[in-house]
Design a protein around this ligand. Structure first.
Ligand SMILES: [Fe+2]
Ligand SMILES: [Fe+2]
Length: 350
């Protein structure tokens, strides 16, 4: 499928929120529209920080080696496996294994239901997308541990890669938003594996996911850990379809909980105009057994395979827009604020 074939038009949303916070600034957008940008001073201050060498430079091991073991545990582990898969670094292997051990031991149907209840009320906080990025500053991700805005930078790089390749604007916005669900850490706790700190495992924030309520496939990362999953002892979760009916469709499946599911539900709750293909990228991007290993075929309904093709298109940008160059947040933001105004305007419920 070519990128041109994937292009589509989506009706424009509009926003007219004139209430400015004391620290927001109005600037000219790329199409002559005035745009509100929050807290430019904060961004400018961040530019003065001495950032470490980018960790994702595949020609260098520098960076990863500078993390202590506990920081490595906090890695977005699914991504790390892709990013560092050519490295022979046994230390990394064992650290990432800790992350997945916790995931396998804890992510069950019952626990996913618990997270649905806890997080899908969307009454935790109200804020704009930019304010959400500001709030994410406290989240520590090993991809750039000393940066104040590491997630915004990774997401901007993903979005810029999608934009440069000529994909539609809503897909660019998906690039910007795709990891934003990690903001859950603000309301999480250690018991739930949702502390966004380098010194705690993050087994319900990041990492490769799988579909719960059906046996975990052998193609999942660290398949030897599948035995640790308590759901393997529950008869109704066994067999080809587990607790689902044949061809029930992607939208009826439950996934090991993390930033993907939270952000997907949050976008639905706030009535985003991002099309379903974009929502699929957000909800399924961490489920490698589904979109990379082609598992769960018996659960897919007509139309699902097309959605997964979009997820695959997206994932190349998530994984391979490596940080050779730090994105210039200030100059790029007005462009993306326009996309936010079009597809996800105003103050949002989180
Ligand atoms: Fe992600
Ligand atoms: Fe990502």
């Amino acid at each position: 499928m070519s990128s041109l074939a994937l292009k589509r038009d989506v009706a424009s949303g509009d926003s007219a929120d004139d209430s400015l916070s004391p620290t927001s600034t109005v600037i000219d957008g790329p199409i002559g529209k005035k745009i509100k940008v929050f807290d430019l001073n904060v961004v400018q201050n961040n530019k003065k920080t001495n950032f470490p060498k980018v960790l994702h430079d595949p020609s260098s091991k520098q960076g990863w080696e500078n993390l202590d073991d506990l920081e490595k545990i906090s890695v977005d582990a699914g991504k790390a496996i892709e990013e560092f898969r050519n490295y022979e670094n046994s230390a990394r292997q064992s650290i990432v294994q800790v992350h997945y051990t916790e995931m396998r031991k804890n992510q069950t149907v019952a626990k996913v239901d618990y997270f649905y209840k806890k997080y899908h009320t969307f009454n935790k906080c109200e804020m704009t997308v930019w304010e959400g990025f500001e709030a994410l500053k406290g989240y520590v991700d090993s991809s750039d541990p000393d940066s104040d805005l590491p997630n915004l930078e990774h997401m901007l790089q993903t979005a810029e890669g999608i934009r440069a390749a000529g994909y539609p604007d809503w897909m660019q916005l998906v690039g910007l938003l795709h990891d934003m669900g990690k903001i859950m850490y603000l309301w999480g706790n250690e018991e739930d594996g949702q502390i966004g700190r380098a010194d705690f495992p993050q087994w319900a924030l990041g990492g490769d996911t799988w579909i719960v309520g059906v046996p975990i496939p052998k193609t999942a990362v660290f398949p030897q850990l599948n035995l640790l999953n308590p759901d393997k002892n529950i008869p109704m979760y066994q067999g080809k379809c587990g607790m689902y009916s044949s061809k029930c469709g992607l939208e009826n499946l439950k996934f090991a909980y993390g930033h993907d599911e939270y952000m997907y539900r949050m976008l639905l709750h706030n009535k985003t105009l991002i099309p379903k293909e974009g929502l699929a990228m957000i909800r399924y991007h961490s489920c490698y057994p589904l979109h990379k290993e082609n598992e769960y075929k018996e659960l897919l309904a007509p139309g699902d395979e097309e959605l997964l093709q979009w997820v695959r298109e997206f994932n190349q940008f998530d994984l391979y827009t490596k940080a050779d160059k730090r994105p210039d947040v200030i100059s790029l933001w007005p462009y993306y604020q326009n996309l936010i105004d079009k597809y996800l305007p105003g103050t949002l419920k989180w």
